[in-house]
Ligand binder design. Structure first.
Ligand SMILES: C[S@@+](CC[C@H](N)C(=O)[O-])C[C@H]1O[C@@H](n2cnc3c(N)ncnc32)[C@H](O)[C@@H]1O
Length: 304
């Protein structure tokens, strides 16, 4: 459920998501930034960039991955951080922190805070690119909502249709179970999955089988939308599954890196005693299957 205050308490599972993110971006920036003209980090649900206890949010984690990188000199590309946040007070908080970055961003980088909604902003930007017969620059897109609304597969698919695009999506499985009786639920799930087939999953009694059905469906929709490789891993708090993260990419190397990041994160979480448990999905088998070939806005956004 969305908190009312602009800042909220950092949950242990969020820390896990951040550790994987940082580790992945530490690899992504120098690889992608050394041979592309422009690369984009798009945080579609950026948040205020800070938690109640002063912990860092995903935008600053991404910015610091670049700013503190030992191989920063290798990153010759223009790097744009597009930070989208719908709530005005959170977007304002984020903007202040970004403007006060110390050290500031180097001249080849810029950070743009947009106080707008993810799906509308991306739809508008992609429409404009289509009209100009242009492609989206290589990008890592983080899609991290509180629930299951406003993350339509249609938009995620349009992102994935661009070469060298990647999506890192929080798939809020707990919400599917918790809010299934609410009237708006079917409309949100039709958009989330991009198909009505999810309704078959609601009939499955066994909890594990039902979860697997939804994971398989989401993965297959990401693949149909254009992801060549899909990795997923689960975020637990104690024994409670909070959500899964699905990573879709065109790159086998990216897929391997994400798998390494999620494995390391589990080890760190244990070490730090933050009470986390990550169960990896079929990442290894997904990679293996691919190897053997069995598996098949805003004005400022105009020049993406
Ligand atoms: C889970 S929090 C993001 C946390 C952040 N990514 C992090 O890791 O630090 C989700 C954020 O998305 C914002 N939000 C909700 N609906 C949105 C939408 N349709 N478009 C953009 N932002 C939205 C919320 O106000 C909230 O700040």
């Amino acid at each position: 459920m969305s908190p009312k205050n602009p800042l909220w308490k950092l949950e242990p599972h969020t820390l896990g998501k951040h550790l994987v993110l940082r580790r992945y971006l530490d690899a992504w920036f120098p690889i992608m930034g050394s041979w592309n003209g422009r690369i984009l980090f798009i945080d579609g649900f950026a948040g205020p960039d800070e938690y109640e206890g002063g912990e860092e949010g995903s935008p600053i984690i991404a910015l610091k991955s670049l700013l503190e990188h030992r191989a920063r000199r290798m990153i010759s590309a223009e790097v744009w951080f597009i930070l989208i946040e719908k709530e005005k007070d959170r977007a304002g908080h984020l903007e202040v922190l970004v403007n006060n970055l110390n050290p500031p961003l180097p001249s080849n980088c810029k950070a743009i805070v947009l106080n707008s909604a993810f799906d509308h902003t991306l739809t508008r930007a992609l429409d404009q690119l289509d009209a100009q017969a242009k492609k989206l620059a290589p990008c890592f897109v983080m899609v991290d909502p509180f629930g299951v609304s406003d993350t339509p597969m249609e938009v995620i698919g349009r992102i994935l249709r661009n070469p060298r695009s990647e999506v890192y999506v929080s798939f809020m499985y707990e919400f599917i179970n918790r809010f299934k009786e609410t009237p708006e639920f079917p409309r949100h799930l039709d958009r989330l999955f991009g198909t009505a087939v999810w309704r078959d999953g609601m009939e499955i009694k066994d909890q594990e089988d039902r979860k697997q059905f939804f994971y398989d469906l989401y993965e297959s929709q990401l693949r149909s939308a254009g992801a060549e490789y899909v990795v997923h891993f689960e975020m637990y708090e104690g024994q409670r599954l909070v959500y899964a993260i699905f990573f879709g990419t065109h790159s086998l190397k990216g897929c391997d890196r994400m798998k390494q990041g999620s494995t390391l994160r589990t080890a760190w979480a244990r070490l730090w005693g933050v009470g986390l448990r990550t169960i990896e999905g079929d990442t290894a088998s997904a990679v293996q299957r691919q190897r053997v070939g069995q598996n098949r806005g805003d004005k400022r956004l105009r020049s993406f």
